[in-house]
Design a protein around this ligand. Structure first.
Ligand code: UGA
Length: 481
């Protein structure tokens, strides 16, 4: 089938490459020149395992082509998939990009080509989609096209596998009176053996949103459980391992740590809470999920402060910047909040991440952050270290060598990923969320970070808090608010 994909970010590019891999004839459009230039050279503009090779291979076979012209792509497809951004970059939704994209492409589409929306959208916009598409077609003097929703369930870092071997595929009918839109989608996904579920557009949108909200809830639940484990002296890893054997619970997304980041989970939880509040709907569970997630980032800094005494003037090594391993994505990454908080408390922060592009971007987002080119350089002379992203490289660290490099052997494992016995053998004081080791710490008085008393102190406190707000506003609007 001839498929056009408008928008070549994570969602659109993975969709384009995988559909081409299945043998469809795909034309991808994007108006970002740098992104397009990279793609025409056969290189993905961001890190996603396997994507470079899949793009290059399908370009060579001419099953995948790229253009800067969305209207040309729209004219060309038997189906037109829209995957443009709906995130305002500041924790909110925006639908201007998709509205202007629809205004450009919908008049150009062939009469029998379904419009397939893959972007995640705010629920209230879904109601307007059918009307918008019909109005644009009628103004252009053309008959309506079928409009469908096809939400994606791919994770960064394993997006290709998730697309090619999904657990389910969901189709939502926005405007599909004779079922042509649904039949086209079924043909597009003919290779898939997983259940194909068709439903109303609103059901499909909530099937996507509900999955992400539930995953976020599992993580915040594990983090609350970790705090209880710390307080009462249980080991959260053992607890969730035992719980996970119950098929009603399952073992995944229960790893305690510094919390969830990325462009999807934090944004979708906070926007759902905000929209529900605007619409007079109570959402206390999701509100708590959100607050627990932000608390984890601040708690990591508090734990470090307690372990080193006070943060002012200390050098702290951050291991990992990306919101999870196997991506170079820093969107809403916990590391950025942690770095901004540590800097505001007067610490020097030296970070290392295996992704060079993430290191370069992090110093743009957090101006006083220092980045190192390798993990031992980040650890050199550090008074404390924190693991923020569980990259495999960090699980291979030679802790005896690290022990020689640091000034003080203190480490907080923000992902419950390191082996405490190895660290202790190398002389480190090790702490983590819910691994019993913070039990005594939790019972101690909280330490005031970089806030001396007295007149000068109050001034310094005010400076610190405005510095903190400015730093956080750049990286974590939710915490800065
Ligand atoms: C998420 C969903 O998992 C995908 O199914 C969905 O398609 C995608 O959003 C989307 O809406 O586009 P992604 O944002 O790539 O995918 O990241 P996840 O793998 O879900 O991880 C999110 C965060 O949760 C990461 O920061 C990770 O470190 C954290 N996490 C994950 C935990 O803190 N604990 C866990 O046990 C698991």
């Amino acid at each position: 089938m001839k498929v056009s994909v408008i928008g070549l970010g994570y969602v659109g590019l993975v969709t384009s490459a995988c559909l081409a891999e299945w043998g469809h004839d795909v034309l991808g459009a994007d108006n970002n020149r740098r992104r397009l230039d990279a793609l025409l050279r056969g290189a993905a503009p961001f890190h996603e395992p396997g994507l470079d090779a899949m793009v290059a291979d399908n370009l060579e076979r001419r099953r995948l082509r790229f253009t800067a012209s969305a209207t040309q792509a729209a004219r060309d497809g038997d189906a037109v998939i829209v995957a443009v951004g709906t995130h305002d970059g500041n924790g909110g939704w925006q639908t201007l990009t998709i509205q202007s994209c629809l205004a450009d492409i919908v008049p150009e589409m062939p009469d029998d080509a379904p419009l397939i929306i893959r972007s995640t959208m705010p629920p209230d916009f879904i109601r307007r989609m059918a009307l918008i598409a019909r109005a644009i077609r009628s103004e252009a003097g053309r008959k309506p096209v079928p409009v469908m929703l096809n939400p994606e369930f791919t994770r960064e870092g394993s997006a290709i596998r998730d697309f090619m071997h999904p657990e389910r595929v969901v189709f939502g009918s926005v405007d599909d009176p004779d079922g042509h839109g649904l039949r086209t989608l079924q043909e597009l996904y003919a290779n898939v053996t997983a259940p194909m579920l068709s439903m109303s557009a609103m059901d499909a949108a909530f099937a996507k949103l509900g999955a992400n909200l539930f995953l976020a809830t599992k993580i915040s639940f594990a983090n609350e459980l970790a705090a209880l484990c710390d307080a009462y002296g249980a080991h959260v890893d053992n607890v969730v391992q035992a719980m996970g054997h119950d098929p009603r619970i399952g073992p995944t997304f229960l790893r305690a740590g510094v919390g969830f980041g990325g462009s999807c989970l934090p944004h979708q939880v906070s926007m759902t809470v905000r929209d529900a509040d605007r619409d007079g709907i109570d959402s206390p569970l999701l509100d708590a999920v959100n607050r627990i997630n932000h608390r984890q980032r601040l708690d990591l800094v508090q734990h470090l402060a307690r372990m080193v005494g006070q943060l002012e003037g200390q050098r702290v090594a951050l291991l990992g910047l990306t919101f999870k391993p196997h991506t170079d994505d820093l969107r809403d990454a916990p590391s950025l909040t942690v770095a901004a908080e540590l800097l505001a408390a007067g610490a020097t922060v030296v970070a290392y991440d295996p992704m060079p592009s993430a290191r370069a971007r992090a110093i743009e987002l957090v101006p006083d952050l220092v980045v190192a080119d390798d993990v031992y350089a980040a650890l050199a002379n550090a008074s404390a270290a924190a693991l923020v992203t569980e990259w495999p490289e960090f699980l291979q660290i030679d802790w005896s060598r690290a022990a020689e490099a640091v000034r003080r052997r203190i480490i907080f494992d923000g992902r419950n990923a390191l082996d405490p016995s190895q660290l202790r053998a190398a002389g480190f004081t090790y702490s983590a969320f819910g691994r019993m080791v913070t039990g005594q710490v939790a019972a101690m008085e909280p330490v005031q970070m970089a806030m001396p008393s007295g007149r000068e102190g109050r001034g310094a406190g005010r400076r610190t808090s405005s510095r903190r707000r400015r730093a956080l506003a750049r990286v974590d609007p939710e915490s800065a608010a």
